[in-house]
Write a protein that binds this ligand. Structure first.
Ligand SMILES: Nc1ncnc2c1ncn2[C@@H]1O[C@H](COP(=O)(O)OP(=O)(O)OP(=O)(O)O)[C@@H](O)[C@H]1O
Ligand SMILES: [Mg+2]
Length: 620
């Protein structure tokens, strides 16, 4: 919550720059906007014309009454027809205007939402690690809607047309009667200052409200996506209470906003009533002293209404605009968020047959971390080798694999593939060549077929099936109700950990990558499935450079090269035999294994022996 309060108190004034950014969303629709603006000018002119015609009618009637002639009946009917015609025409034009406006503004909304989402996807892994997905999705949604509201309010019936009418009325009144114009317009500056100040307060409150509700969405998303954990730890009541408290706090600000809002409305109503009373009184005086006609009197009253109508609209619109600018602000932050990991201009595509990998003097630490996660990493892997990465938990094995995929850039040193710095290659071509089976396989809420074929644009069912067979997944898939078309549920939650892992292996294999990274890819599998995958491993690793992070010694012994991580650096690189002599960490890992052996039940020992897992004796 602390962060939230800080964020709220540091409320940046969205100011005109943000306003310009929203207006710039219409850059691609300039012609339509210009045509619509013309249309709105015409309707505003027609609006202002109606009271003038009415004035003529009333004056005609009064004259007729005074002179007892009825020859103005024709002109009365004509005027009535004109008013009807103009009103119908204005309505029609407004409907066309509103519809076209709705279309162009929705398009602008969709464009900015899509652009912000696309930018979010392309951002650095570091950025993704630091944000809450629920908050981001909520911000994009609210920001897109807010942009629509801002543009629609400006160009729709609430800001531009009333402003044009206001200007029209001002001009007309100045030409007709300066005193009436003064009574109508002089209170406006005082009104604008008062409402402006109140709107400023409203804006700050709106910022608080919007942050408070964002926090509710963020927390509820987090809780909902971890609902199983909540259940297992019996935290339903506490989580429900947290939600209630957060919502209560958000509502508290919300109610403050509503109260201020009611106050603003009353102030606006006070000014408008004062103006109307002034016009009625002074206009009446002018009629009584025969300085203006009854028609003109009615005209003045109608015009006063036409001024204060739009002005009261403005007092609703301006705070609304500010409120929505606050909401759009976070979306623009996401839209404009820059990347650290970028392609260089004219980046090369990674092509060619072999895939040797070299880490040169590589040092890396995560943003904000004080200690190096990896220091001075130096080793080289020939193309087509199988490399085992071993070391204690947290020693940087997965991090090194992230650097190989260029999910982060190292602070020092380089990663070379086939002798080329990966920073000179396009990220897409680099990642097309690498497949990863991560520690925790993340699946989409789609079918098994779509999940396995995810990394390719088009993938044939036989290729998917063949990959699934290699990953020992085919059998369990065909046992599922709808086979390969079975939906796996949110994040694959309808599958077991081992099943998810097998789909992860199939998904990696189906892309036919040149470099394969298996990050404890079989840790959730039972012995039998793992044994079968070990058998298939020769096929999987054939012709590829493979990095296998595994704690099992069977994997390590089969690797061409073993890399030992310890104390945030590489302690040793070599074959099993070499490392036994040179690496204390490697020996320690073996030592533990040997020490565990006598305690194991005979049946486990038998299985391990069958799997060629004989422990290595000291001095082997
Ligand atoms: N996104 C991150 N931001 C900050 N620190 C991180 C991040 N990811 C990992 N770390 C830290 O970097 C260190 C190395 O993590 P890494 O995941 O590479 O270890 P590992 O060797 O793969 O461990 P394990 O065997 O448990 O998977 C750890 O101390 C970890 O806390
Ligand atoms: Mg790891």
């Amino acid at each position: 919550m602390g962060n939230d309060v800080n964020a709220a108190s540091a409320s940046p004034a969205p100011g005109k720059w943000l306003g310009w950014k929203v207006l710039a969303l219409l850059n691609g629709h300039r012609r339509t906007v210009a045509a619509l603006s013309l249309l709105v000018c015409v309707t505003a002119a027609l609006d202002v014309a109606v009271p003038f015609i009415t004035r003529g009618v009333i004056d005609g009637v009064v004259r007729s009454l005074q002179s007892a002639k009825i020859d103005s009946l024709r002109s009365l009917l004509l005027a009535a027809g004109a008013i009807l015609g103009i009103t119908v025409l204005t309505r029609l034009l407004r409907s066309v205007y509103n519809y076209r406006l709705f279309r162009v503004m929705s398009r602008a909304e969709d464009e900015v939402k899509n652009a912000a989402f696309a930018n979010f996807l392309s951002l650095d892994t570091e950025y993704h690690g630091g944000v809450n997905t629920g908050e981001v999705i909520g911000a994009l949604d609210r920001g897109g809607t807010a942009s629509f509201v801002i543009l629609y309010e400006i160009f729709g019936q609430n800001l531009l047309p009333p402003t044009l009418v206001l200007l029209g009325v001002l001009t007309a009144l100045l030409m007709k009667n300066v005193w009436i114009a003064a009574i109508v317009f002089l209170p406006l500056p005082a009104y604008a200052i008062t409402v402006g100040r109140l709107s400023g307060r409203m804006h700050r409150l709106e910022y608080l409200i919007s942050h408070a509700f964002e926090r509710v969405t963020k927390e509820s998303f987090d809780i909902a996506s971890n609902v199983r954990v909540v259940k297992k730890f019996s935290r339903e009541r506490q989580e429900a209470r947290t939600q209630r408290d957060l919502l209560y706090r958000a509502r508290h600000h919300h109610y403050q906003g509503e109260r201020l809002w009611a106050f603003i409305e009353n102030v606006q109503s006070l000014f408008s009533t004062a103006g109307r009373v002034g016009v009625i009184a002074f206009g009446g005086f002018l009629v009584l002293t025969r300085r203006c006609s009854v028609g003109e009197y009615v005209l003045f009253i109608a015009m006063q209404d036409m001024v204060y109508g739009p002005i009261s609209q403005l007092s609703i619109i301006l705070p609304k605009l500010r409120r929505n600018l606050s909401r759009a602000e976070r979306m623009f932050e996401i839209l404009e968020q820059g990347r650290n990991v970028c392609d260089v201009p004219n980046a090369k595509r990674l092509t060619g047959p072999g895939r040797s990998v070299k880490f040169c003097n590589l040092s890396f630490k995560y943003a904000g971390a004080e200690q190096w996660t990896l220091r001075d990493v130096n080793f080289e892997i020939p193309a087509g080798s199988t490399v085992a990465l071993i070391g204690p938990s947290g020693s940087g094995k997965s991090t090194l694999m992230n650097l190989l995929q260029r999910l982060y850039d190292p602070q020092a040193g380089r990663v070379l593939i086939d002798g080329e710095d990966i920073r000179l290659m396009s990220q897409s071509s680099l990642r097309e060549q690498i497949s990863v089976v991560p520690q925790e396989v993340e699946l989409f809420s789609r079918s098994i077929l779509e999940n396995i074929g995810y990394g390719k644009d088009e993938v044939e069912r036989p290729a998917v099936e063949s990959a699934a067979r290699t990953a020992q997944a085919h059998e369990f898939i065909v046992r599922c109700e709808k086979g390969y078309d079975t939906q796996v549920g949110e994040r694959g939650m309808r599958l077991s950990g081992g099943e998810r892992q097998r789909l992860g292996i199939a998904r990696a294999v189906v892309r036919d990558p040149k470099i394969l990274i298996l990050d404890e890819a079989t840790s959730h599998l039972d012995n039998e499935s793992e044994r079968l995958i070990q058998v298939a491993m020769e096929e999987i690793t054939e012709g590829r450079t493979c990095f296998i992070i595994a704690h099992r010694l069977s994997t390590v012994r089969k690797a061409d090269i073993v890399v030992v991580f310890n104390n945030n650096t590489i302690e040793a690189v070599g074959t099993h035999d070499e490392l036994w002599h040179s690496s204390p960490t490697y020996r320690k890992l073996h030592g533990i294994h040997v020490a565990e052996m006598p305690k194991r039940p005979a049946v486990v020992k038998a299985v391990e022996e069958e799997r060629d897992l004989q422990p290595v004796a000291v001095g082997e």
